[in-house]
Design a protein around this ligand. Sequence first.
Ligand code: NAD
Ligand code: ZN
Ligand code: ZN
Length: 349
Amino acid sequence: MKALVYHGPNNPVFEDKPKPVIQKNTDAIVKISKTTICGTDLHILKGDVPTVVDGRILGHEGVGIIDEVGSGVSNFKKGDHVLISCITSCGRCRSCKKQMYSHCENGGWILGNTIDGTQAEFVRIPYADTSLHHIPHGLEEEALVMLSDILPTGFEVGVLNGQVRLGDIVAIVGAGPVGMAALLTAQFYTPAEIIMIDIDANRLELSKKFGATQTIDSSAGNERVIQKVMELTEGRGVDVVIEAVGIPATFQLCQHIVKAGGHIANVGVHGKSVELHLEKLWGHNVTITTGLVDTYTIPVLLRTVQSKKLMPQQLITHYFKLSEIMKAYHTFSNAAKEKALKVIIENDL
Ligand code: NAD
Ligand code: ZN
Ligand code: ZN
């Protein structure tokens, strides 16, 4: 089969690999119908993720059709239409018992990381019973690709950890796919205002279509953003600020614009240490949360897509075939220039 393979920093190759086979009786083999590229894949390609070794097939998102199941899989059979969670969970360990699947002792984020991933014709999914979801009949596949990772990430680590409530003023720093997913799902709770902050004018414009009530271009630096947020909030700051970038400057910004009693929900993956201004925050009753996505909300998100309360297909800007995956990577890595948010890659092989 063909697959997108990591061969060290800046060296992805679309090449032949053996078709995966069942290794344990709890595995399933899924024929990929649609997959996508995540910002994390770009981090891997820069060499930022040392657990990914030469020869690894990338990708941790996708939908497909079950091709084969091990004898221990009871919930799925050949031909079933499935959504793949970016997090693999055994369902039995201590972390899984607490719904903290990201820390599953036998899984977690392994797809396209420590085992071969979804940017291929076929993928092996361990613990299939607890790592796959049935796709309800009649639902559009490409919308559901957004539910493998970015929607649960924005929702669980941003909106739910940040405790967005009716009437809140919410700020989201970062209008990438994850920030946009937080924007879409924050609206379940009817906040009064959602302020999107980014340096990319095109993404800010797009965020207005998705429900942002205010946008702030932060390319002139944090000072101007802080001033603008204070003007919008009568000097109080925001109830919830969701950090969806992952650099020191944006986490700093969050600390300046959160109001007393407010929440900072960090979603961004940070590679550098960040200053925490406890001398300012200590008396402000501020709650700071962090998290790795567990994807425990995939079933509820599926239902909201089914009832059209959530329309994740809005996040898709480009379409490619699996045979054109190198072109898809090129577009996605030049997102600002190409005006790209999420790309869909359809298996044409
Ligand atoms: P992305 O790179 O597509 O988006 C980041 C956005 O931040 C871009 O729109 C960019 O223009 C903007 N930005 C950059 N510098 C900025 C600045 N100084 N001020 C304001 N905006 C700025 O990434 P994404 O895919 O949307 O992911 C967002 C973050 O979430 C990443 O750090 C990613 O690794 C992380 N993530 C975390 C989890 C988790 O489980 N916690 C899961 C998936 C992704
Ligand atoms: Zn991802
Ligand atoms: Zn587990």
